[in-house]
Write a protein that binds this ligand. Structure first.
Ligand SMILES: NC(=O)c1ccc[n+]([C@@H]2O[C@H](COP(=O)([O-])OP(=O)(O)OC[C@H]3O[C@@H](n4cnc5c(N)ncnc54)[C@H](OP(=O)(O)O)[C@@H]3O)[C@@H](O)[C@H]2O)c1
Length: 303
């Protein structure tokens, strides 16, 4: 098949970026960026780039002339963002603005990856039209990025995704990688019991983005998550049971107030309602068990 369309994945060396590149490389000319972690993905051109370097961004975008930009830079780690405000602002907000400004001349479809922390977590089951009210620094940075793209890009799709699980790219480890490693060694691992999420598999998010690129959808915000709502602790135990690991090694960690009385904080619910995306993109909503089926073929079996 002749690949004519160029897709530019900003954050191509990350967990999401790598999986996207693998999914899209057969049909598109895929270019991706890395910053501190060079990766090699056969069939994909990976280029070094720091989002703070506007001149380099301009040269890169003018060379690639992308028909689609997928903005997958940043972090989904609430604690990392809390501790690294400047880097987070660059990766989620001003970096996205730079890429969008520079690429404007080519009028690419701009896919911005946002998340569920744009909401306050008090209610759950959030629809696309619900009022965003971020309580975390990560959520605030995402709302900043979303607002810029919505205000400036003429052809954007914002995808707010629930936390995604899957194997890492061998360079940086995901929670699933760490969980499997610890359980296989018979070691204990803590997982948060503080937040409910509609977790979804990376294969599902890659399919959503693939379909968005193929579709005529523009200037929309879409939600993506699974049908089952659990905490990371519950998710990890279900995963362990499904794949034959000792679930009792997983212990629950609940956030506390940090005051003298140190009471447990109430559980928050960041689950997303993705009914609109399932319908528009004709994708199958997944129960957690079905998500596990989907990732099973990508997991190296236990010996
Ligand atoms: N993972 C999830 O569950 C999830 C869910 C919803 C939304 N998202 C969003 O998707 C995006 C990617 O998440 P991820 O889990 O794939 O994160 P990740 O594995 O940490 O990857 C982050 C990517 O961003 C790049 N990056 C970070 N700072 C940069 C900078 N200053 N200049 C250039 N590149 C920079 C990294 O490059 P190097 O590693 O080479 O330095 C890497 O390619 C994030 O914005 C996240 O909020 C993720």
């Amino acid at each position: 098949m002749t690949k004519t369309k160029a897709v530019f994945i900003v954050g191509g060396s990350g967990f999401v970026g790598t999986h996207l590149a693998l999914r899209l490389r057969d049909r598109y000319k895929v270019f991706g960026t890395y910053c501190n972690h060079p990766v090699r993905i056969p069939g994909v051109t990976l280029l070094p780039m720091n989002l703070g370097n506007r001149n380099l961004i301009k040269r890169m975008v003018y060379t690639i002339r992308p028909e689609a930009v997928i903005y997958a830079a940043g972090s989904n780690d609430v604690d990392w963002v809390e501790a690294n405000a400047r880097e987070s602002e660059l990766a989620h907000t001003s970096g996205a603005a730079s890429i969008s400004n520079v690429a404007e001349i080519f009028q690419p479809k701009f896919v911005y990856l946002s998340n569920c922390y744009t909401f306050d977590g008090n209610r759950g089951n959030y629809h696309e039209g619900d009022t965003v009210l971020p309580a975390t620094a990560l959520g605030k940075a995402k709302v900043g990025g979303e607002n810029f793209i919505r205000g400036k890009s003429l052809n954007y799709v914002i995808i707010r995704s629930s936390p995604i699980f899957g194997r890492g790219n061998g360079i940086s480890r995901t929670f699933l990688d760490r969980l499997r490693m610890k359980l296989a060694r018979g070691e204990r691992i803590e997982a948060s019991d503080s937040e409910l999420h509609s977790f979804a598999p990376i294969e599902g998010l890659a399919e959503v983005i693939d379909r968005v690129l193929d579709s005529g959808i523009r200037n929309k915000t879409l939600h993506y998550g699974g049908l089952t709502k659990v905490t990371l602790y519950e998710w990890a135990r279900l995963f362990a049971r499904r794949f034959g690991y000792p679930a009792e090694l997983i212990t629950a960690k609940r956030l506390t107030s940090g005051t003298a009385s140190n009471y447990e904080l109430p559980q928050l619910d960041y689950s997303l309602n993705s009914t609109q995306s399932y319908g528009m993109l004709k994708i199958k909503p997944l129960l957690l068990e079905e998500s596990f089926d989907l990732i099973e073929k990508n997991l190296v079996p236990r010996l």
